[in-house]
Design a protein around this ligand. Sequence first.
Ligand SMILES: [Zn+2]
Length: 450
Amino acid sequence: MPTLTDIFAYIEAHRDESINRLIEYVSRPSISAHGIGIGETAEWLTTYLRNLGFDTEAYPTKGWPMVVGRYHRKPGKPTILFYGHYDVQPPDPLEAWVSPPFEPTIRDGRIYGRGAGDNKGQHFAQLLAIESWLKVGGELPCNVTFLLEGEEEVGSPNLAEFVTAHKELLMADLVITADGPIHEDGTPQIEYGVRGVLSFELHAKGANTDLHSGNWGGIAPQPLWKLVHLLSTMKNARGEITIPGIMEQVAPITPLERQALDNLPLDLERTMAGVGMTELDGPPEVPFYDRIACRPTLTINGFHGGYGGPGSKTVLPCSGFVKCDMRLVGGMSLAACEAAIRAHCAAVDPSIEIIVEGGMEPSRTPLESPFAQPLHRAIVKAQGVEPYHIPSLGGSLPDYVYTKILGIPAFVVPYANADERNHAPNENIIIECYINGIKTGAALLEELAK
Ligand SMILES: [Zn+2]
């Protein structure tokens, strides 16, 4: 077995080659939203993984294929499932790019091109890490499965079904995703979870037609007031969700999570000034990062009904609705949240109809996971920096397919710079971040194999 020093030396010696090969990969358009170049890119990846010696197949789905490559030759050693996505966002608006999106260009130590950061530069770094091990030592220290999706940028519509139907193929001890940015201060981070989301509408009805607010005011029921009254029982002025059965689901913050949350840097003034905020939502006593990582939310996305035009119109509208979303955290489930909301609405105002638009389960891997320390050590060995530990991102990604369908711990270890401009013009990856990604990927294999 080679040492990590040998592997790092190999990675350093092949720096330029690694850069040129990423440039070649990024120059292949693979825009899932427009169906451009996806099949060809899946084929290119399949060939690449086969040449590495992985048992590889591109599995068709109702959408774009899932490329799965497996190296399972280390009985008794752990199996790592690496997830990435080979599709990219559409590059529009084209005129805002300094260099064309599919003609990757190096400027100021960065590779510019659509997919450079999101996500080609990141999963390709992981692939080159694997390749480095194979080139230097002829084998990997543990088992590896690579899952590359072609529909992440259109919401992963077939991922859950694919994972459910291929549990045995994909089963592993843990899953690692290299996606998203590292911290804006340049510190690497390990992310243990994502919030879920439940989207729903509340519809209120009154008479069968809009009415005169003088002739009918005081007689006809008022749908918009009904909604106001109901909403006021769902979240109070302190900012607390008051629907019975919601907060009860929230997983308590573990001691390691407490420590990790308290360790995250915060410049509250700058954060608030950045978006022009002069106050925070409640409750006031909840620390900043707890709000994002460990608390559910109830947001009114839109309140619709009645007259909103110029001047006055003394109308008594006959209907109205609100669109809401609830962000779910560890311990919570879509089914339990929907049931709690339905029960609460039925108790407060049974005339209001609830329409659930859709949702995504939350995912949380405890920081107490036995894989957390090996991941931490791998980052320190590769980059010489202690990573932040983020118990959960505020947004929603389909990590639940691993933690809930496969039942394995899931970690996100991003390699891209915070200003990668993913989804925007002039997407880029800092070359140093990319090379650090290859080294970190190599170190992960060794640390996890222990
Ligand atoms: Zn993306």
